[in-house]
Design a protein around this ligand. Structure first.
Ligand SMILES: Nc1nc2c(ncn2[C@@H]2O[C@H](COP(=O)(O)OP(=O)(O)OP(=O)(O)O)[C@@H](O)[C@H]2O)c(=O)[nH]1
Length: 359
């Protein structure tokens, strides 16, 4: 899938750079363009990407200090500059645009929903969010910001792929130490998702194509991505168990939003040398994903990759009913009460007024 990436805020910029580098290193050619937008000049200077500084008149290049309402305002005021910088990058080949941000901060949190809305107005291709949720150990401001940002981004983007900062967090490790590992995990699995569906010479009909990624995300809402890999034996027959067991691992213990298994739609991609991918194993694993997710729309396909390993990539769409999302929204609502005036409305569901929309 040919994509254009726009990273907003510090985490958004870093992740966009990692994704572009991974795509280049692997020679996939899926990332067609990448841009970083921030209100903090110093964060942009560290990136090896084209950049746009927003909000200079309001914050003088110093960032919005975690104020995501201000983040949304500066993005709105400077939306024309950002859209101008994108001109010519979103070519006829681009199949999707991803706006990338840590949802707990200020610039990215406030800026991405605004940018998603602007992009959706102008471009025909789907606009997806790639959002990072703060870990449980991060402060109330991060949780509250992320709650409002997520709620608004889900409304404005065609779908939002979520990464939970606790997903690969091991005990004893600080959040800062964990970032490197998390970013690497994100670059690999999201990079493989972008690349699956790229045209490959002499492909068979079981090879996945970009429309399957787009169809899986068509239900909108929140999406998650699972990944696992295993050593491959040479013949496909010997790899049936490897495919089913790595599919189990990808879904049950390695989702970017852990335990968000109940889904509207799914896509299982098995990557590896084409002759080592067992048809029977992929079909068996795909059926198993259908049972586990309760979705009757689980697609399956191969991704030919020159590697001595096999990998399973599982994209799930429409996972917003999951406990993990509810648990996060509860946390965000509690944090909003702490950081703002108390709110007496006890409504508990996602589509309520307790977490105000940002825009
Ligand atoms: N996974 C990951 N998360 C990060 C990284 N850097 C920051 N975050 C998370 O992103 C949130 C903070 O967002 P930032 O991107 O730092 O903030 P910002 O958008 O630049 O906003 P301001 O600094 O307030 O202008 C927090 O929840 C962090 O946990 C990173 O490199 N990787």
């Amino acid at each position: 899938m040919k994509v254009v990436l726009i990273g907003v805020g510090q985490a958004g910029g870093k992740l966009t750079q990692r994704l572009a580098q991974y795509d280049q290193k692997m020679g996939f050619g899926a990332v067609q363009g990448a841009l970083a937008v921030n209100s903090a000049k110093a964060d942009l200077r560290e990136l090896d990407l084209d950049t746009v500084l927003v909000g200079q008149d309001r914050v003088k290049g110093h960032g919005v200090g975690g104020d995501n309402e201000l983040g949304a305002e500066v993005m709105q005021s400077d939306a024309t500059e950002v859209m101008d910088a994108l001109d010519g990058r979103i070519t006829a080949q681009a199949e999707a645009i991803f706006v990338v941000a840590g949802l707990g901060g200020g610039t990215g949190s406030g800026g991405v929903p605004v940018l998603a809305r602007e992009l959706n107005r102008v471009y025909q291709v789907p606009v997806y969010g790639l959002g990072v949720l703060p870990g449980r150990g991060e402060g109330a401001m991060y949780q509250a910001n992320a709650g409002r940002s997520l709620k608004t981004l889900v409304r404005e983007a065609d779908a939002t792929l979520l990464i939970d900062n606790d997903a690969w967090h091991t005990s004893g490790e600080s959040m800062g130490e964990a970032f490197e590992k998390i970013n690497q995990n994100i670059a690999q699995r999201v990079g493989l998702l972008f690349a699956s569906g790229e045209a490959v010479e002499g492909v068979g009909e079981s090879v996945v194509d970009s429309s399957e990624v787009i169809n899986t995300l068509r239900s909108g809402g929140i999406a998650t991505l699972g990944f696992a890999s295993a050593a491959a034996a040479e013949s496909a027959e010997e790899n049936v168990n490897a495919v089913t067991s790595m599919t189990r691992k990808a879904l049950l213990s390695n989702l970017s939003l852990p335990n968000a298994i109940e889904a509207d739609s799914g896509l299982l991609v098995v990557a590896g040398q084409p002759e080592s991918i067992p048809r029977k194993g992929v079909e068996r694993a795909r059926k198993w994903v259908e049972q586990e997710t309760g979705s009757l729309q689980v697609r399956g396909g191969d991704f030919p990759l020159d590697s001595d390993r096999l990998a399973a990539l599982i994209l799930l769409g429409g996972v917003e009913r999951s406990e993990r999302v509810e648990e996060f929204l509860e946390r965000a609502k509690e944090a909003s009460k702490q950081t703002e005036e108390p709110d007496e409305d006890p409504a508990e569901k996602f589509h309520n007024d307790q977490l105000d929309d940002l825009i």
